[in-house]
Ligand binder design. Structure first.
Ligand code: 5GP
Ligand code: MN
Length: 328
């Protein structure tokens, strides 16, 4: 992996124009890793654009106050002659949340990611499934740059962005992807000025009243199957009735897993009339990435996701529950 990091560092040093981006349905690791790479590239005087064709959750807006995220359309209008693409936290090529033509037209594609399902789709790949988060990979890369160039590239803003990604992807350092190296990184980020209290307050401690009304309705749909599978359902009706956006519902996911005897939690969300997004979480032994893969999704052993198109919520749920039953 050291070699891969070296290649990426050298390549970045030679380039001038960069587009940084991540996956659809942005989360803390997605934004934290992309933003820290954006800040780093700016700091070494590269021309860098943050492009993402999706809305960002309100609990992560505090990270994005000083920067502008462009849509693909806005980026295309800039008419850059050439640019390199850095995709962070994207498990597969078709989850990169920008226009396909931009992926095709990029001079080189650099992929930095920690999903087990990643098939090294980039021209340069730094992919380590064992790592807690893509933010931990970006941190490793920055540390390597520090060593090579005898500098310190992690400032307060970068430290705060990286800390957000690691906190969210590890469930505040509670999930099995939390390793000794994760705590080492967290300690270092604290020393470098990460605003840890701000991160926790903004991400977890600032939910609007309506969010709790929605959570109440969501919990009322809780269904337990064979004692080991829990299903919670969120419909478009529930979202609109409570004035909560689809992108602001990630906090509900852990509830379907954190139940006595339950091994697999399934959160079924109606994204639109023909698109059902399903989040899978497991506690001890089921590899939910295998279940997700059966439906062209992917992810990690304990957290994975998939989308079912053109099916009713009931059918999509039945299909995924039937597959899950094979694993418990
Ligand atoms: P979530 O359920 O919170 O959306 O996602 C859990 C994990 O699975 C995240 O790491 C996310 O990137 C990944 N994931 C979610 N949906 C998909 C999908 O449709 N395809 C792939 N490859 N990964 C997904
Ligand atoms: Mn991640």
């Amino acid at each position: 992996m050291d070699k891969n990091m070296d290649k990426i560092i050298n390549y970045i040093n030679e380039g001038n124009y960069f587009l940084v981006t991540s996956h659809v349905n942005p989360d803390g690791d997605n934004i934290g890793s992309t933003l820290s790479m954006y800040y780093y590239l700016k700091s070494i005087n590269k021309e860098v654009y943050y492009v993402l064709d999706d809305d960002t959750p309100i609990n992560l807006k505090f990270l994005l106050e000083d920067i502008e995220i462009l849509s693909s359309e806005e980026f295309i209008k800039l008419n850059l002659e050439e640019f390199n693409l850095i995709a962070l936290d994207c498990g597969d090529l078709n989850r990169i949340c920008i226009d396909k033509t931009l992926i095709e037209n990029a001079k080189k594609l650099i992929c930095i990611d920690h999903h087990a399902s990643n098939d090294n789709y980039g021209d340069f790949n730094y992919v380590v499934p064992e790592e807690s988060s893509t933010c931990e990979l970006v941190y490793n890369l920055f540390k390597k740059i520090n060593e090579k160039e005898n500098t310190q590239v992690i400032d307060k803003k970068i430290a705060t962005a990286l800390y957000t990604g690691v906190v969210t992807d590890t469930g505040k350092f509670t999930y099995s992807n939390t390793h000794p190296s994760t705590f080492d990184m967290a300690k270092d980020l604290l020393i470098l000025g990460a605003e840890t209290n701000k991160v926790i307050c903004e991400v977890y401690g600032n939910n609007p009243y309506n969010y709790y009304k929605l959570l109440g309705e969501a919990l009322n749909t809780l269904d337990i199957i064979n004692t080991k599978i829990a299903v919670i359902t969120l419909t478009q009706d529930m979202l609109s009735r409570n004035h909560v956006s689809f992108k602001d519902t990630d906090g509900i996911t852990p509830y379907c897993r954190d139940i006595e005897n339950v091994e697999v939690g399934i959160l079924v969300k109606e994204k639109s009339s023909n698109e059902i997004k399903i989040s899978l979480r497991s506690k001890n032994y089921v590899d939910v990435s295998h279940i997700a893969k059966m439906f062209n999704g992917g992810g990690h052993v304990r957290a994975a996701g998939l989308t079912v198109f053109n099916e009713t919520i009931e059918n999509a749920t039945k299909m995924v529950v039937a597959e899950t039953l094979k694993y418990i």
